[in-house]
Design a protein around this ligand. Sequence first.
Ligand code: NAD
Ligand code: TYD
Length: 336
Amino acid sequence: MSKILVTGGAGFIGSNFVRMMLNGSSHSIINLDALTYAGNLENLTDVSSNPRYTFVKGDIADSGQMEEVFAAHRPDIVVHFAAESHVDRSVIDASAFVRTNVQGTQVLLDKSRQFKVGRFVHVSTDEVYGSLGAWGFFTEDTPMQANSPYSASKAGSDLLVRAAVHTHGMDCVITRCSNNYGPYQFPEKLIPLMIANALESKQLPVYGDGKNVRDWIYVTDHCEGIRAAMERGQAGEVYNFGGNAERENIYVIKEILRLLGKGENLIHYVKDRPGHDRRYAMDSSKARATLGWEPRHTFEQGLRQTIDWYVQNRQWWERVRSGAYQDYYKLQYATR
Ligand code: NAD
Ligand code: TYD
């Protein structure tokens, strides 16, 4: 049994990972999270009384605070999710992205080295590879060509992790995954935003021509990949995870409307996102061959499950959409 320090465990993917590890392993979990607008402890109410679970509120970019957390908990493994994660917010202001994603990752690497953490799993994204044309897939050898402040900050963090392996001999693995969807995703990302807006009969803002392509993966499939990389990955290696489900945004939006029985009159084309990456698609053959991983959900199954969850958990997203998020929403869509 290991002690796993999970950073960002109150966010979307982190909370799904914490739940999976508490229900499906005997490891102890220390969930370290700053509880920004995206962090919500309600995501974990069903498992928070588990005796193997501890929550610590803390900021990964605060070195002094991290020193105290590592000294108090002495983790064997770090699984690092904590990040500013939304591209549109990084276009408006990148400073928190540099602080948390770049500086915060270096602080965690320093503390992990100091306190002799056995394995560091860095959760990254396909967006570090940039954008694809109509053909081809990202492999682990595709050069990093990040285009947004978000993806640039993630690419910076990936390079810091790489440097920790090469310079200090640390045992780190990097996972890069395509677009996740599923329960507990903050309704600023495409799929939960469109579901919530459709349920409220609000307009569905489509950027540009709606033909940008993302490779959608159900969140628990990603979490299983992270667990496989944590358990069976080789130090210094990168592992790509994708859902094998490339879809144009407009297809996804129309499917959501169809499954909710809503009319396409809610679709509203708006000004494109600056620097909008056209297409992402992952080659996950390394993870399949070396980790024995594969996604369990088709896009159609996963989307139905996700819609059902948002229909049944309306209170969750109505609460999440209140307060500070409302100010951001007005700013983001005011000029479109
Ligand atoms: P999220 O925005 O839902 O959650 C991020 C969490 O990090 C929140 O709980 C937040 O409170 C916490 N956090 C932010 N700043 C912090 C700080 N300074 N100190 C401590 N905690 C802090 O994000 P997500 O979608 O769950 O993504 C998790 C990770 O997975 C990120 O590293 C992201 O880059 C990566 N990723 C996401 C996707 C995706 O589709 N969502 C795809 C690939 C990779
Ligand atoms: P998003 O969920 O922000 O993920 P990412 O930009 O990290 O891939 O966006 C997914 C796609 O949906 C992307 O092509 C942008 C598009 N999009 C819209 O068309 N409208 C929206 O309101 C949002 C949030 C995204």
